[in-house]
Design a protein around this ligand. Structure first.
Ligand SMILES: Nc1ncnc2c1ncn2[C@@H]1O[C@H](COP(=O)(O)OP(=O)(O)OP(=O)(O)O)[C@@H](O)[C@H]1O
Ligand SMILES: [Mg+2]
Length: 508
């Protein structure tokens, strides 16, 4: 049988860096085909070549056995291939409908936009994804899961029947992930073919038909999912030499609840963007040495909590203290100076400047540090040194300090942002889904560094939608539900059922 898609010996270089080296890939029609591999392995690059976003240096693409030459995504779209990238392409200021039809509007015979017809058709299409947005609402108001649905709907709007999804679940809660795969299964039954890039092997095992493993730009394995298992996949992903390099972790911080809290939140009330209270009667004490996981279902006040702590949202009422000192009226900059560090959920908006170099991103926010700057002059060699140390500590894969941040793979951008955030000796870390987009080693090193800092007295507040991750790495877990902190659990009380129940407001 001729495969639907065939990539033959695809090679792509960026300068001296070989992102894809003679990669072969065959995808069967109607299959869900997963692509896995470490951060920087070349997954996104390969998918972008299939989507016409990059031209390969050599190699060939065939569709149903016929060679195709895509010079741009428009060519790929004309061949009914669509891609949802790792970083959403939604324009927040535009309405949901305009985002959907942008560039693919239908006009009537007078050349006028058929908005009403477009909306009717969109409503019908969206229903099959269980998606019923207000079409005239700005897209910025959509939840992460709704944005994801809109991205997929855009592909359907363009008649794509080959869907490429690059880490679609990195920012989704487990229940939204389940719903997404429900939709993907349905699209598959309708005859569509899906290429899925993911770091989550459980998704591969549960939903994929085939899996291809990339390592260092090369294809190292391809298998029917039924013929492999997570252990085998992990071995392929990290390779033999990768195995012994990670020493097993032993130091574990113990929260010192007897000492004074680093951060104290009392009776905090914060308004939400859509009216109502995003946080109410919120009380929390964060102690030195602890990693406090905040578990909750998406949209229960997590974003507002992090933004309020960062000084980006003004509370209506309540008190915030750092080491006993009220910081209610402090600017965001002053909070940073006081030693609080933040990792936001959206690294593109708040974590990095894509067009700047890796070096400049590595010191972003710490450019006033006395060892980097004095009398208004940057000490370039100190900056270089700092950047190099961060890159080394988090094994950031980059072609050099001068490379633009946008040239890093998604996971490597995240590594650099984390490395910078944890540099120095912060007193408190407030992190929203810090490990999004990271491979297994990246997750391990993130928590290793957080643990080390906590062993030296830092306090960490980690907000995540992934209860498994919180149960693995936290020293205490608190649940957030409808803007309130509902329960706290000590490690000996960690239970999936009980925490899960508290997350949805049930008394355990
Ligand atoms: N436009 C570019 N310019 C320079 N280098 C690039 C560019 N795009 C990708 N690279 C490099 O190619 C390599 C592969 O990157 P790619 O984004 O394909 O990785 P990935 O497997 O998707 O990783 P991740 O899991 O982190 O998303 C990386 O080393 C990356 O820095
Ligand atoms: Mg990628």
């Amino acid at each position: 049988m001729v495969p639907l898609i065939e990539l033959q010996r695809i090679t792509k270089r960026f300068g001296a860096l070989v992102a894809n080296e003679a990669v072969d890939l065959q995808v069967q029609e109607g299959a869900l085909h997963a692509i896995v591999g470490e951060n920087g392995a070349g997954k996104t690059t390969l998918m972008r070549i299939l989507y016409g976003y990059y031209l390969p240096d050599s190699g060939e693409i065939r569709l149903r056995g016929n060679p195709v030459h895509f010079r741009s995504p428009a060519d790929a779209i004309a061949s009914r291939i669509g891609m949802v990238s790792q970083h959403y392409s939604i324009i927040p200021e535009l309405t949901v409908l305009d985002n959907l039809i942008l560039g693919f509007e239908t006009a009537n015979s007078w050349g006028l936009l058929e908005r009403r017809q477009a909306q009717t058709r969109a409503t019908e299409m969206a229903a099959s994804l269980d998606f019923a947005p207000h079409w005239s609402q700005p897209a910025s108001e959509l939840s992460p899961a709704e944005k994801q649905k809109l991205e997929i709907l855009k592909l359907l709007w363009r008649n794509a029947d080959i869907l490429i999804l690059d880490e679609p679940t990195a920012m989704l809660s487990p229940s939204d992930t389940g719903a997404l795969f429900g939709n993907l299964m349905r699209l598959k039954q309708e005859g569509r073919t899906i290429l899925l890039v993911t770091h989550k092997l459980s998704e591969v095992m549960q939903y994929a038909d085939y899996v291809t493993v990339l390592r260092d730009g090369r294809k190292v394995a391809e298998s029917a999912v039924a013929d492999t298992d997570p252990q085998q996949l992990t071995r392929w992903i990290i390779g033999e030499e990768g195995k012994e390099s990670e020493p097993s972790e032993t130091i574990s911080p113990t929260s010192v609840l007897t000492s004074a809290p680093v951060l104290e939140i009392s009776d905090l009330w914060v308004k939400g963007d859509r009216g109502g209270w995003a946080l109410q009667k919120f009380n929390l004490q964060l102690y030195p040495g602890e990693i406090l996981g905040i578990a909750g279902v998406d949209g229960n006040g997590q974003t507002e909590l992090v933004e309020t702590l960062a000084g980006l949202r003004i509370p209506s009422k309540g008190n915030l203290k750092i080491q006993g000192v009220s910081m209610n009226h402090w600017s965001a900059a002053k909070r940073l100076q006081a030693g609080i560090r933040f990792l936001f959920d959206d690294r593109f908006r708040r974590g990095m400047i894509a067009a700047w170099s890796v070096r400049d991103n590595a010191i972003l926010g710490s450019h006033r540090d006395p060892d980097i700057q004095s009398l208004g002059w940057y000490n370039l060699s100190a900056v270089q040194q700092r950047a190099r140390a961060l890159i080394q500590r988090f094994q950031v894969k980059t072609s050099g300090l001068n490379a633009p941040m946008s040239s890093l793979s998604g996971g490597n951008q995240q590594r650099l942002v984390i490395a910078r955030t944890l540099n120095g000796s912060p007193k408190a870390l407030i992190a929203y889904t810090p490990t999004r987009g990271l491979d297994i080693k990246g997750i391990e090193s993130t928590y290793r560094v957080i643990r080390e800092a906590c062993a030296h007295g830092m306090a960490a507040l980690v907000v995540s939608l992934d209860l498994e991750e919180l149960m693995t790495y936290s020293t205490r877990i608190a649940t957030i539900y409808r803007g309130q902190l509902t329960r706290a659990f000590e490690p000996e009380e960690f239970s999936r059922e009980q925490i899960g129940a508290a997350m949805i407001g049930l008394e355990a």
